[in-house]
Design a protein around this ligand. Structure first.
Ligand code: HH2
Length: 277
């Protein structure tokens, strides 16, 4: 049975994002895009000011703050949907919470700065711990695992324990396998196939596969970034079937529709089975 899956809409405020960068860097455009994502059914808005695509260069704290804070403040004035801040820097997370965000989405799983777990605990916010091998600049060079599902599971469990040891409450923690973060196509497919083993840990799981490069690798037509809707929906449905609690996507309306259909079918099947019992 497919349960309810929340949808996190992506709002990048970076000039170099691989999928929609540069389009939404103006404040009015960012607000319009946020409004659209919410109208389409987004349950959370994920705002990021530093690209983490493979090979991306780091951004200074000041630059990241200048990109995200005005956007968070502007959205908070007119939209009540929860906001997550996609950052690895504790100071950015802290400022974002002050401006109205309530979730810290950290692709380094609170490991970029030794102070991160304690800052997350003090903020009392929800935290998304994402698995990444290496860092964005080099992570796709030669990713290696003996058993990617087991290793990602153990590393995330270790990061969750570190967060809890620093005072983050268990119910505030989300886990994310980090599709594309230091993974080959085979690793990404193994993680999608083994999502249930991550869900089994008992933390809510977030899946971020939308428009990622592995979809191009598997598409006979080699689809560009904004032509990966089919693969993105297939990944979201795979996650839903495995029990993930939220998917991080660019195409909110289409994802909401696909998830609703898949859920309705499993509910109908369950109803039919009850009727036959
Ligand atoms: N992927 C990206 C960024 N943030 N956060 C989580 N929790 N999980 C992910 O899989 C994830 C993430 C990369 O995707 P995108 O935002 O589209 O690109 P960019 O980093 O260039 O903004």
């Amino acid at each position: 049975m497919i349960g309810p899956v929340r949808v996190m809409g992506i709002l990048n405020v970076t000039p170099d994002s691989f999928s929609d960068g540069g389009c939404f860097d103006g404040l009015a455009a960012a607000l319009a895009h946020a409004t659209r994502l919410v109208d389409e059914g987004a349950d959370v808005l994920d705002i990021g000011g530093e690209s983490t695509r493979p090979g991306a260069a780091p951004v200074s704290e000041a630059e990241e703050l200048a990109r995200v804070l005005p956007v968070i403040k502007a959205i908070r004035e007119v939209i009540s949907t929860p906001i997550s801040i996609d950052t690895m820097k504790p100071a950015v997370a802290q400022a974002a919470m002050g401006a109205g965000a309530s979730i810290w989405n950290d692709v380094t799983a609170l490991s970029f700065d030794p102070a991160s777990p304690a800052v997350a605990a003090a903020l009392g916010c929800e935290v998304i711990l994402t698995h990444m091998q290496g860092d964005p600049a080099t992570m796709q060079t030669a990713p290696h695992y003996e058993d990617v599902v087991t290793e990602v599971r153990e590393i995330l469990l270790g990061r969750a324990r570190a967060a809890m040891a620093a005072g983050v409450r268990r119910e505030k923690i989300w886990l994310d396998p980090g599709i594309g973060f230091g993974k080959t196509l085979a690793h990404n497919l193994q993680l999608l196939a083994g999502l249930d083993r991550l869900v089994d840990l008992g933390f809510p799981v977030l899946l971020g596969a939308s428009r990622k490069g592995f979809i191009r690798a598997i598409d006979p037509a080699g689809a560009a970034g904004d032509q990966r809707l089919g693969g993105s929906l297939a990944a979201a449905l795979t996650g839903a079937a495995a029990g993930v609690a939220m998917v991080r996507v660019h195409d909110v309306a289409e994802t909401v529709q696909a998830l609703a259909l898949a859920r309705a079918v499993t509910q109908t099947r369950a109803g039919a089975m009850t009727a036959h019992a």
